[in-house]
Design a protein around this ligand. Structure first.
Ligand SMILES: Nc1ncnc2c1ncn2[C@@H]1O[C@H](COP(=O)(O)OP(=O)(O)O)[C@@H](O)[C@H]1O
Ligand SMILES: [Mg+2]
Length: 261
C-alpha cells in the first residue's frame, strides 16, 4: 500500500518545499521507498533544494517527450524524484484532464513505493486543490503570521467544501519554540473548527533556523548535510509521526486506489 502526502499551505515562502524535501529524505533514511513529486509546474524548485539537475521533468512527460521511467530521477538517499520543470508557462494553465493523466500514470507505482510526497504550489489554485485532495494526508504548513493563517484557512475551506476532505494534518514552520508552535496550532485549529466540519491533527514543528536557510543556499538538505542537528531530528520526528496521521476517505480522484483492504 502506498500512502500519499501533499505538502500545502495556500501561501508561498512558508517552507513547503523544504519540508517536502526533508520529510522525503527522513522517510528514505528509515528504509522507506519514497517518490517526491514537485507539482509546482510553473515555478518548480524542489530540484534546487535537493541539489539535483534532472534532465527530464513532469513537463516533458506531459508533452509526450519522456516516459514515466525517464522522469523518475535519482536523488540522494535512494529517493526518486519527479521534477516539475520551470518556466513552462503553458503548464500554469494545466487543465484537469492533464492533471488526471499525470495522476493515473503514477498509479503504476502503487505497491512499489511506500510513500508519494507531493510538493504543491502556493495558492488555493485549481492545481493545488487537485493534487492536495488527491492525497491521503494533506499536510498543511503553517507559520505564525495572520497571512499564513488566512491562506491556510482558505485552502482547507476549499478542499473541504469543493472536494469533501475532512482530515488535515498541520506542521508549524519557522516557530519560535515548541510550545509556541503548539499554541499556534491550537489557535488555528479553533478557527477552522468554528466554521468548518473538519478535523486538524498536529504533526510537528520546525523552528526558525539559520542552519536551514544556509542548507538551502548550499543546496544540501539539512537532513543530509547536518544529520545530527536538532532540525534534522525534527524532520525524523515528523517522519515517525506520519503513520499515525489520519487519512481522508472522501470520494473523488486520488493517487492510488482506495481499496487498500
Ligand atoms: N525553518 C526555517 N527556518 C528558516 N528559514 C526557512 C525555514 N523554512 C524555510 N525557510 C526559508 O524560506 C524560504 C522559502 O522556503 P520554501 O521551502 O521554498 O517555501 P515554499 O515552498 O512554501 O514557497 C527558503 O528559501 C528558506 O530561506
Ligand atoms: Mg515551494
Amino acid at each position: 500500500m502506498t500512502v500519499s502526502i501533499s505538502i500545502a499551505s495556500g501561501k508561498g515562502g512558508v517552507g513547503k518545499t523544504n519540508c517536502a524535501v526533508n520529510l522525503s529524505l527522513a522517510l528514505c533514511k528509515q528504509g522507506k521507498k519514497v517518490v517526491l513529486f514537485d507539482t509546482d509546474f510553473g515555478m518548480a524548485n524542489a530540484h534546487i533544494l535537493l541539489g539535483t539537475n534532472p534532465r527530464h521533468s513532469a513537463a516533458s512527460f506531459l508533452k509526450g517527450e519522456a516516459k514515466l521511467d525517464d522522469i523518475l530521477t535519482e536523488a540522494p538517499q535512494n529517493l526518486k524524484f519527479i521534477a516539475g520543470g520551470s518556466g513552462l508557462l503553458e503548464l500554469l494553465n494545466l487543465n484537469n484532464e492533464t492533471r488526471y493523466r499525470m495522476l493515473q500514470s503514477l498509479s503504476s507505482l502503487e505497491d512499489q513505493i511506500d510513500y508519494l510526497i507531493v510538493d504543491t504550489p502556493a495558492g488555493a489554485s485549481d492545481s493545488t486543490l487537485f493534487f492536495t485532495s488527491a492525497t491521503d494526508i494533506p499536510l498543511i504548513v503553517l507559520v505564525a503570521e495572520p497571512t499564513s493563517f488566512l491562506d491556510a484557512y482558505a485552502l482547507i475551506k476549499a478542499a473541504h467544501i469543493e472536494k469533501g476532505l475532512t482530515q488535515f494534518s498541520v506542521m508549524v514552520n519557522m516557530a519560535n519554540s515548541a510550545s509556541s508552535a503548539q499554541q499556534n496550532f491550537k489557535k488555528f485549529s479553533e478557527i477552522c473548527n468554528r466554521f468548518l466540519d473538519v478535523k486538524l491533527t498536529y504533526a510537528g514543528m520546525v523552528p526558525q533556523s539559520n542552519a536551514i536557510r544556509r542548507s538551502i543556499v548550499k543546496r544540501k538538505p539539512i537532513t543530509i548535510g547536518m544529520p545530527s542537528s536538532p532540525e534534522a531530528k525534527l524532520f525524523t520526528d515528523l517522519a515517525n509521526k506520519i503513520p499515525s496521521l489520519p487519512h481522508n476517505e472522501h470520494d473523488g480522484i486520488t493517487f492510488f486506489s482506495k481499496d487498500k483492504g
